[in-house]
Design a protein around this ligand. Structure first.
Ligand code: CAA
Length: 440
């Protein structure tokens, strides 16, 4: 079977940054270590006043198409995943296609365009849609452009304010991919949940603690479902496990849960049994609560073992290297985690060819998806061409007062920015104001 997967990626970060321990924590009268050690974020990326989901997505897509030498006639499909969409009728992909058409002076008349929404998991769902379209033989030799783009902003004063971010990931899904082949097997955990929602409102209503429990519950179900169609996984089956990363502290919890599950009935559990005893089995307990308490106690001890720490440092920590400096990118977040891990390998001279990745995607509302990927032999050339370090380093560092002004400028109810003053960067798409879409 011809391999299908992700051929190339590009990233576009918001041009501003908020330093969480140094700028945000003092303004909120909080301990900087809550951000550095607890939540695990150093910075959040912010969109400048002339940036939005369209400009970030179009700029990432333009970089990707230019680098791969593509024109609109090579693309048969544009899927945009976002939970920050501003138009209840036209998909964001039409706005992005409009930007690219101006640049290329060639249209995407032939391309199927859409918008996917299921909170953060929509980025992976869009990749799945593109994969299925190619597998079904409907692509007529063309590739799919998948763009995950979000401004993850919360109302000021909301606890979620600590986990904001903004950026876009553009991915080219194609046959014979250079980066990763995607497995046909998928596992799902999906339930109607109301812990994180935005019904006709710009900023989310969130029950933060509950949202973390729901993430873990759905992820556990997805892992079990994946095992039922793929194979019983072992922690060492994967070079890296990129999870959806709203903030690194969340991934610490997901990784521990995954390791406990995968090490069950393996030599790892046997080796650890002298120190920790065997993992609690449900049939040993008379109630679910007692079983859960026993599992929690087991995991508390497991996380401090040398085996677990070594596995975490090798398999999980490299996935968090970009997220720590950009915050939550919602639909792009798990794809950023994949890139961070592959970039870490490239920077450290590790050859990933033929190695496996396990991708743990998640979206509130709520659904988790697990699938595996196999790294392809051209991966290194692709990853070496990314300029994410330079983009991160070039961001303007906001004072707290400036942060408040920029946040207001993106608030539909408060914004009164004179865009003429700001929309001057050359060589990129910028937002010039409503009703002036064609000037982007
Ligand atoms: N030193 C070290 N650690 C510290 C600390 C200090 N001085 N102070 C606090 N911490 C630790 C806390 O112990 C906690 O860690 P644990 O969870 O391991 O106990 C961590 O820092 C965060 O502290 P709090 O729980 O006190 O933080 P908070 O009340 O401000 O809320 C939050 C944190 C719930 C994540 C909040 O930011 C939030 O609501 N975020 C938005 C929702 C979200 O991201 N949910 C994630 C799951 S849903 C999802 O993934 C979809 C999505 O993208 C939104």
């Amino acid at each position: 079977m011809t391999p299908v997967g992700i051929d190339a990626v590009e990233i576009w970060t918001g041009k501003l940054q908020l330093d969480l321990p140094e700028t945000f924590a003092p303004a909120k009268d909080e301990d900087p270590d809550k951000y550095r050690k607890g939540i695990g974020l150093e910075h959040s990326s912010f969109p400048d006043v002339y940036e939005d989901i369209v400009t970030m997505g179009a700029n990432a897509a333009k970089r990707l198409m230019e680098r791969k030498g593509l024109t609109p006639s090579d693309i048969g499909r544009i899927d945009v995943a976002t939970e920050s969409a501003f138009d209840n009728s036209k998909p964001v992909s039409t706005y992005i296609a409009g930007c690219l058409e101006q640049y290329y002076e060639e249209d995407f008349r032939h391309a199927n365009k859409g918008e996917r929404k299921f909170a953060c998991v929509a980025g992976t769902q869009s990749v799945d849609d593109a994969y299925n379209w190619i597998r079904a033989g409907r692509n007529r030799g063309r590739a799919a452009l998948v763009i995950a783009t979000d401004t993850a902003l919360y109302a000021r004063g909301d606890p979620g304010e600590a986990t904001q971010g903004a950026g876009a990931v553009a991915m080219l899904v194609d046959e014979e991919p250079d980066l990763v082949e995607i497995s046909t097997e998928q596992g799902y955990g999906s339930m109607d949940e109301t812990d994180f929602l935005k019904p006709n409102q710009q900023f989310p209503s969130v029950d933060g603690k509950r949202s973390m429990q729901v993430y873990l519950a759905r992820m556990r179900e997805a892992v079990q479902d994946f095992e039922s169609v793929a194979w019983d996984m072992h922690p060492d089956d994967f070079a890296y496990i990129p999870f959806h990363t709203p903030f690194p502290g969340m991934v610490r919890k997901a990784a521990l849960l995954g390791y406990r599950h995968m090490s069950r009935d393996t030599e790892i559990e046997e080796e650890l049994s002298g120190e920790l005893g065997y993992q609690p089995r449900q049939d040993e307990y008379t109630s679910w609560d007692a079983y859960e308490d026993a599992i929690r106690d087991y995991m508390d001890e497991l996380k401090d073992t040398d085996q677990y720490r070594a596995w975490y440092d090798k398999t999980i920590e490299p996935t968090l290297g970009i997220s720590r400096h950009v915050g939550n990118w919602y639909t792009g977040s798990v794809h950023l985690a994949r890139i961070a891990a592959m970039k870490y390998a490239a920077d450290n001279g590790r050859d990933l060819t033929d190695e496996k990745l396990l991708i743990g995607s998640y979206g509130s509302g709520a659904q988790a998806e697990i699938h595996a990927e196999t790294v392809q032999d051209e991966w290194r050339e692709e990853i070496d061409q990314l300029n994410i370090d330079a983009q991160i380093a070039a961001r303007y560092d906001l004072t707290y007062e400036e942060y408040e002004q920029v946040h207001d400028s993106h608030n539909y109810e408060k914004s009164n920015v004179d865009l003429e003053e700001f929309t001057n960067p050359s060589d990129e798409f910028v937002f010039t104001g409503w009703g002036r879409m064609n000037e982007r």
